[in-house]
Design a binder for this molecule. Structure first.
Ligand code: G6P
Length: 369
């Protein structure tokens, strides 16, 4: 097993560090040689295929569901098609409004999650077209869906998903661009600009790894507390949910994600001096709003770790400490900004002496209901 871990103490850490490669692998086969357009040879859609979609329905569980939450922003903003995101175990029992104008996108690392597979069958039964985004070739979900987009993350061993999530984000962002490119919502210039930023991501991951000692030191902030909060707006809200899940899964610290604007509707009551709050503030269009939310928790003496783009000068002024992620397009930056969250959760779990790769009560793939 030590050999399989390639010198890393845990599979999870190894998998975090594999992300430059897995993201590169997921991206490279889906761009034209000149890097100016998205191509999905496995889909080969026509403009009409995209124009006939009335609604996109995304179904998944766990981390894959969190990738779906971001995909809603990607597809709605870049292709202007309405998107609904549902948890597989909710979808299958709610008598959903799905029909032949629905494109269902099923996200599953393993392709074997029982609820996800059942939800896919339910969507098909109601006449939806189906597209699986999965990491395992030949998995049940890949065989059941009409079409498949593979994430090329390679085998993921640690129960807490890391590289599968970032490759899901990369594949889903490419898919949204592809849809926008085909239905004419995106100009060629806009597509090229997004792809330029996407191509930089693998190298930019290394930039984040170079801050690992800072992240390691910050992980201590969590271990003295029983709770932690993750706040964000827009795509950073989806990312906050993934950050909170990572921390819960492996460090067993109770973590909650909140949309910045919802703080005053409940969570503020729980903010006490010293409580760790991770404030994600990478989205320029809502930065001002996010900064007022940060001030709300700072006024109650929370310990705030901010995550902002490298060129940002504002977030750093209001938080206790800021972690910078490389500058990138708003749609691309979540792929980078999740990496410090993965590392924070990892080091918090290590500090607590937990079994990082096999957290208590959890399984890698949930094949029973
Ligand atoms: C389990 C795993 C999670 C995963 C979820 C969905 O809960 O522990 O890491 O996100 O299942 O798995 P899937 O294979 O369908 O993506």
């Amino acid at each position: 097993e030590a050999a399989e871990k390639g010198g890393f103490e845990h599979f999870m850490l190894k998998e975090i560090y594999e992300q430059p490669k897995t993201i590169r692998d997921t991206l490279s086969c889906r761009m034209t040689a000149d890097g100016k357009q998205v191509r999905f040879d496995e889909l080969n859609w026509t403009p009409e295929d995209v124009r006939s979609i009335g609604k996109v329905l995304i179904i998944a569980c766990g981390t894959a569901y969190h990738a779906g939450l971001l995909a809603k922003y990607f597809i709605e903003k870049l292709a202007r098609i309405p998107v609904e995101v549902d948890i597989a175990s909710e979808y299958r029992y709610r008598d959903p409004l799905t029909d032949s104008k629905t494109l269902s996108i099923i996200i599953s690392q393993s392709g074997e999650t029982i609820d996800t597979l059942a939800a896919l069958k339910e969507a098909k039964r109601r006449g939806a077209r189906s597209l699986a985004v999965t990491n395992v070739v030949g998995s049940s979900v890949s065989r059941e869906a009409d079409q498949v987009v593979y994430t090329w993350a390679g085998p993921e061993i640690a129960v807490a998903s890391t590289k599968a999530y970032t490759t899901q984000l990369a594949a889903l962002l490419l898919l949204a661009i592809y849809m926008g490119q085909l239905n004419g919502v995106l100009t060629t210039t806009a597509v090229t600009k997004l792809l330029q930023d996407l191509k930089k991501v693998p190298d930019q991951c290394e930039d984040i790894f170079s801050q690992v000692n800072t992240v390691k030191a910050l992980a201590k902030a969590f271990t003295d507390h029983e709770d932690a909060f993750f706040i964000g707006r827009s795509m950073d809200y989806g990312l906050a949910m993934e950050g909170a899940l990572k921390l819960k899964e492996i460090s067993y610290i109770h973590a909650e994600a909140y949309a910045g604007g919802e703080l005053k509707h409940g969570t503020l009551a729980l903010i006490v001096p010293g409580i760790p709050v991770i404030a994600l503030a990478t989205q320029g269009d809502v930065e001002e709003k996010m900064i007022s939310n940060i001030k709300e928790v700072k006024a109650r003496d929370a310990y705030v770790i901010g995550i902002a783009k490298a060129s940002d000068r504002e977030v750093g002024k209001t938080v206790d400490v800021v972690l910078h992620v490389p500058d990138s397009d708003n749609f691309v930056v979540p792929i980078l900004a999740v990496i410090p969250l993965q590392l924070l959760a990892y080091y918090a779990a290590v500090l607590k002496g937990n079994d990082v790769d096999k957290p208590r009560n959890l399984a890698k793939s949930v094949t029973v209901e």
